[in-house]
Design a protein around this ligand. Sequence first.
Ligand code: SF4
Length: 254
Amino acid sequence: MYRSSEKVATRTMATTSNKQAWITQLVTVLKKKYDPAVEASGGTRLVLDEMVFGILREGTTRELAEPAFHTLRTRFFDWNEIRVSQLDELEEALGCLPDATAKAKRILGLLQEIFETTFSFDLQSMDKKGIKQAGKQIARYQDVNDFVVAWVTQQALSGHALPLDLPSIRVLARLGLLDLAEAEEANREALRGSLENLVPKAKGPIFTESISLLARDTCFEEAPACENCVLRSECSHGQQQTASAPAQPRPKSR
Ligand code: SF4
């Protein structure tokens, strides 16, 4: 859910700042804070692996998605064994991942559809189709959404795409980089397209991961912890939040 007060702050920011300069600045600050965590992340998986990982990663962090993916790949013999498994087995394997039931259903649906259309789980030929064509083909699967298309494009196809899930949209709107009205109405592909024009391709992965970590650490949906945020001095929403926060009571003088 987005609040109307956030929309006002967001629009003000969007019309008064240079978004590209702001992105350069925030990537520098976030890179300093989060680079080690992002460096340790993956990005070397096959297309199908990243499709499944994208489903796991949407709406949460890599930190939570990695163990769930690892369990899937070690507890089950192969993708086909996962395909024929029961929903509750898969759900249990995803552990404490948020929305585990919905994600398990999507993974089962995706594997079934791939199996029915290709009779195998080898999607590496997509690599040779070109990034745009591969993205279109991935998007045809019913359990794939724009986040997963963008995730696979960025992580497995070496393309320029910025996967946007709800936590990322929330943070980017507060930072004045997305318009919440558009986030609610426009399709997600168009929304990320405007952002992809502003973020250099080489910075795409760290941008994606850093924004996700910012959502986890300080930019919560309810009551963001702006006072602890590394972007507070430049974030208009953060400044508005801290300015309107009630003053802390002072200790009584003796
Ligand atoms: S200052 Fe506050 S609103 Fe701005 S990005 Fe940080 S936590 Fe979010």
